[in-house]
Design a protein around this ligand. Structure first.
Ligand SMILES: C[S@@+](CC[C@H](N)C(=O)[O-])C[C@H]1O[C@@H](n2cnc3c(N)ncnc32)[C@H](O)[C@@H]1O
Length: 203
């Protein structure tokens, strides 16, 4: 597994939303996130690894503002082109959260299909923790442990999914409480089925 280059998604951004299975997966995740965490119209939340905004588009009607954080210029450009259709205030921040800091505090952190691109998950969860007030929530969706076949090539992939107990333990050790991991979706690819979990909890 190689290190993530500055814009690993450069060649993928334009076509990213064309994959029906990808869109279905993120819709399933967003539906479950909304059922688990009570997003409210006065909330400001952060989407880590927001990509083209598939997840945040579904959450936007229920919150005040979303700060979309993504390292990829090309993914951010696609998201920018959708701004008019996003149903809340939107701030796009081009930032590698593993290396840079982010100003402000958020009522909630959401993320889908991104944490497997981050080497040090404990360090990332500590960043999330610092960005939240007491009772602020996390909702993190990602692949269950897979055999390495999910991505066509694994540049920028640091984890072949996660064991649910392991990621729960990392969140617990960070200080998060009321933790729960549950099935959110199954991504159906021509060469296999890939289950996806949702981890929720609060500070
Ligand atoms: C597989 S995409 C998921 C996009 C979106 N969340 C979704 O579910 O459609 C992963 C995204 O995470 C971003 N990413 C990976 N590592 C990152 C980091 N350290 N900081 C910020 N964004 C990162 C990538 O640029 C990419 O846009």
């Amino acid at each position: 597994m190689e290190a993530m280059s500055k814009d690993f998604f450069e060649g993928k951004a334009e076509e990213y939303d064309r994959e029906a299975a990808r869109k279905r997966n993120v819709s399933n995740i967003a539906r479950l996130m909304r059922a688990e965490a009570e997003y409210k119209k006065n909330m400001n939340i952060m989407d880590f690894g927001s990509g083209t905004g598939l997840l945040l588009s579904d959450i936007a009607p229920y919150v005040n503002k979303i700060t979309a954080v993504d390292i990829s210029k090309s993914m951010n450009e696609v998201l920018e082109s959708k701004r008019e259709n996003i149903a809340c205030e939107l701030e796009i921040v081009e930032n590698d959260l593993t290396k840079e800091d982010l100003d402000g505090q958020f009522d909630a952190v959401i993320s889908s299909m991104t944490v497997h691109h981050v080497k040090d998950v404990s360090q990332l969860f500590e960043k999330f923790y610092k960005l939240l007030p007491v009772n602020g929530t996390i909702a993190i969706a990602d692949l269950d442990t897979e055999d390495g076949s999910f991505h066509k090539e694994n540049t920028g992939v640091f984890h072949f999914g996660f064991d649910r107990d392991d990621i729960l333990e990392i969140a617990k050790n960070t200080g998060f409480r009321n933790l729960k991991v549950q099935s959110a979706s199954i991504i159906d690819k021509p060469y296999g089925k890939y289950p996806v979990f949702l981890l929720t909890g609060c500070k």
